[in-house]
Design a binder for this molecule. Structure first.
Ligand code: SF4
Length: 366
């Protein structure tokens, strides 16, 4: 511990620190070393380790990761979960390489975007970044761009004070089917709605909101009440999406697939719109009012369906994993249970091919 600040500690000193140093003292020493070397720069470790369990007996004072076995937040991944996670990571890497290559081929890969793409940890984060560069079918925004309305959209999106009527009037062009000011403004709003739907900050905020506060509502399809009677529990059902147990979710999805039920997932619309306005509205003027209208359209027409699809896929995946885990646990219990053939200790096992005695099989596995 007497090591001068910033010098490398020996193995003995490190062990001594680990065993004897007071946690606060150790943290302050480490902070001193950082400041001596890097000033006020702070570094974070980006860990992509699989961490099959967080149950650890060492319980080091500095560690915020370990949990006691059996505690609420303790987890231990099964081999199947580890395999799935590895496959997921592999998929993310494959997709990252494809997206980097595609944007580079478009000539639009700037250093900042490259850095963000390399740092994206999840498939959702990667897809959000890729969205503006993804080849699209013809959308309302594409049509508005073809009518030459993108410069108008950019000016409005800046939310500066200006005479909107006069500005939009300059974009009237009957040859391109922009007949009046309202048509020019509508086209600009269509373009802004697409920008909003592709904004990474907006998508991130909404994704969290959908997961945290989303409500899953399920209704029956009118006229199919008798045919779909086995799903009657879900004819008028709603529950926070994060609380729906896997068996219930899978049952509702089956009912939807068989066309007896329809499912909707969304948080309170007002909360979602207010969150978006907080991120995007920077002024109080007629341009900001146009942006507000574009926010409402972008949410209802583009973002809500996109977030709902994402959360449906994610919850389905989680429900499948849970169902398989429960199935495996039940099967294991069944297989390890004493044989129902009535075998007894000391007798030859009726299904044994190697002359083992009764109960040797389940005893050995247990
Ligand atoms: S997981 Fe945490 S508690 Fe366990 S050995 Fe590592 S640092 Fe220490």
């Amino acid at each position: 511990m007497q090591n001068p600040m910033g010098a490398r500690v020996s193995s003995e000193q490190a062990l001594d620190l680990l065993k004897n140093a007071d946690t606060a003292e150790l943290m302050s020493l480490a902070d001193g070393v950082r400041r001596a070397k890097y000033g006020l720069d702070v570094f974070y470790v980006h860990s992509l380790n699989l961490n099959p369990t967080n149950v650890c007996e060492n319980q080091c004072g500095l560690c915020a990761f370990w949990r006691e076995e059996g505690s609420e937040k303790a987890y231990t991944l099964s081999p199947a979960q580890i395999r799935d996670r590895l496959e997921q990571l592999h998929e993310v890497e494959k997709r990252r390489a494809y997206i980097l290559k595609t944007i580079e081929e478009q000539g639009k890969l700037n250093p900042e975007l490259k850095k963000s793409l390399k740092e994206a940890e999840t498939m959702a984060a990667l897809e959000d970044l890729y969205l503006p560069y993804k080849p699209k079918r013809r959308t309302r925004a594409t049509v508005a761009r073809e009518k030459g309305l993108e410069p108008l959209a950019k000016l409005i999106y800046d939310q500066k004070d200006m005479n909107l009527e006069e500005l939009a009037g300059k974009f009237i062009n009957p040859e391109k089917e922009v007949q009046d000011v309202e048509e020019a403004l509508q086209g600009a709003r269509d373009i802004m709605a697409e920008w909003i739907a592709e904004d990474v900050r907006v998508r991130d905020m909404l994704r969290n909101l959908f997961y945290r506060e989303g409500i899953l509502s399920c209704k029956n399809i009118k006229g199919k009440e008798m045919e779909g009677i086995k799903y009657k529990d879900y004819f008028d059902f709603s529950e926070p999406v994060k609380k729906v147990p896997s068996h219930r979710l899978l049952a509702m999805r089956r009912g939807e697939k068989e066309s007896f039920l329809s499912i909707d997932i969304q948080p309170d619309e007002g909360t979602a719109l207010r969150g978006m306005e907080k991120l995007l509205i920077t002024a109080r003027n007629s341009s900001a009012e146009q942006v507000e209208t574009a926010i409402q359209d972008g949410y209802k027409r583009l973002l809500k369906p996109s977030m709902e699809t994402e959360i449906r896929m994610q919850t389905k995946k989680e429900a499948d994993i849970e169902a398989i885990t429960v199935f495996v646990a039940n099967l294991r219990q069944l297989l390890l249970a004493p044989s129902s053939l009535g075998c007894k200790e000391g007798q030859k096992c009726p299904s044994s091919h190697d002359g083992r005695e009764g109960r040797a099989c389940w005893k050995a596995s247990g």
